[in-house]
Design a binder for this molecule. Structure first.
Ligand SMILES: NC(=O)c1ccc[n+]([C@@H]2O[C@H](COP(=O)([O-])OP(=O)(O)OC[C@H]3O[C@@H](n4cnc5c(N)ncnc54)[C@H](O)[C@@H]3O)[C@@H](O)[C@H]2O)c1
Length: 376
């Protein structure tokens, strides 16, 4: 299918400043696997983005996606992509272990970045990446986008207005039986924390504020897995994790995630409506219905209105795969998204601290932070 007509290219030196709303940001996507169909579909609805280039190391994969979506250029490695069709925004949909090095190379080449999670493997590497991006006058953002949903906004406003009274605690959980299409989910620098826990950790820190310290237990429940096209692999990163966070003022939260949670629906099922996040205060409690990446509503009970009331349940267009489109919109119009790279790096530090806590049996203090409130 043909894409929209070419428009004036976005000059790299100007691109981090707002430009006129009719500018189209040229997008290059690396990684044409499972998640790429979701991104292609969303980017097609974005008036500020045009996908001009695709890249995948697996022979035929980028070409197949290119013909399906009418993208004219496709490549099999990043260097060829950078030397080929010019583009402004690099969308990184490779496996988790590859994000950091690919993001760095694309920043060096003067590209803005939208990266699937995590944007870097360590806080230190992530900080250096942000410094490099600033020196190159380019922007970087990373998944997840959960703070963009209307349900997050409702919960953040309820807290800001003191609806729950003195805030005390929150719990969140997300799990399924684990993907079987790629080994990277289970090997070094993969695991259930950066694939699953990252959503709840981003949502809860976005609501409750940065964590000051972390205590965690992690384990490997299924030591071997069968991966399509690869065969049996050894699982070397946690597939079961429980993380405790200490926030300001004695507020505590808890995230449970894993690749061994029975789930009667497919892992990507957006229809389920049960509660996955609970936030409690002394005079109220609220519960998120649905996943934070696919939310439906918020049920709230307070001392003045004890019966649970369903709120924030209007139809909405938030979907988890909106990040690349929002990055393009920001580059084109100057409209800033709520997700920030500093928040993403705080979550990277939490996940590393959780592993350190498991290894040492100790609480781990954190050094990173990010700007709050996300919702005024
Ligand atoms: N699949 C999902 O439901 C889902 C949902 C949300 C986020 N994510 C995240 O999206 C990312 C990708 O996940 P996926 O499920 O699409 O994985 P996938 O294995 O299906 O696709 C990744 C693709 O990247 C390509 N690739 C990796 N390194 C490359 C390189 N150096 N050069 C060119 N191509 C390269 C691989 O060949 C592969 O085709 C991960 O970070 C994952 O955590 C996945």
């Amino acid at each position: 299918m043909p894409l929209s007509a070419p428009t004036q290219p976005l000059p790299v030196t100007e691109a981090s400043r707002p430009v006129s709303a009719d500018r189209i940001v040229r997008v290059g996507i690396l990684g044409c696997g499972s998640v790429s169909q979701h991104y292609m579909r969303h980017l097609r609805t974005c008036p500020h983005a045009r996908v001009v280039s695709l890249c995948d190391a697996v022979p035929g994969r980028a070409g197949a996606l290119a013909s399906e979506w009418g993208v004219t250029r496709h490549y099999s490695d990043l260097e060829a992509m950078l030397d080929g069709e010019p583009f402004d925004l690099f969308v990184n949909l490779a496996g988790m272990q590859r994000h950091e090095s690919l993001n760095l190379r694309a920043i060096e080449a003067g590209k803005h970045i939208w990266s699937e999670k995590p944007i870097a493997n360590t806080l230190q590497a992530g900080r250096e990446m942000l410094d490099l991006a600033r020196s190159k006058d380019v922007r970087i953002w990373g998944a997840p986008t959960v703070v963009e949903s209307p349900q997050f906004a409702f919960m953040a406003r309820a807290l800001a207005q003191g609806e729950l009274g003195r805030l005390t605690a929150a719990q969140a959980t997300y799990g399924h039986l684990g993907p079987d299409w790629a080994a990277f989910f289970y090997t070094r620098e993969g695991g259930s924390l950066p694939d699953l826990g990252v959503y709840n950790l981003t949502f809860l820190t976005g609501l409750l504020g940065p964590a000051r310290s972390v205590a965690a237990m992690t384990s490997i429940v299924t030591p071997h897995r069968h991966i399509q096209g690869t065969g049996e692999i050894e699982v070397t990163e946690e597939d079961n994790a429980m993380v405790l966070l200490e926030h300001e003022d004695g507020v505590l939260s808890h995230v449970a995630c894993g690749f061994n949670y029975f789930n009667s629906e497919d892992h990507a099922y957006t229809g389920q409506d049960h509660h996955t996040i609970t936030v409690s205060g002394r005079t109220g409690v609220m519960k998120l219905a649905g996943y934070d990446w696919g939310p439906h509503a918020v049920d709230i009970s307070t001392v003045d209105r004890p019966a649970y009331t369903r709120c924030a349940d209007a139809p909405h267009d938030y979907v988890w795969e909106c990040g690349a489109s929002m990055a393009a919109e920001c580059l084109a119009t100057g409209r800033e998204p709520m997700f920030t790279p500093e928040h993403a790096l705080h979550v990277v530090e939490i996940m590393a601290a959780a592993r350190e806590s498991q290894a040492t049996g100790r609480h781990v203090r954190l050094s990173s932070t990010f700007r709050l409130p996300l919702i005024a």
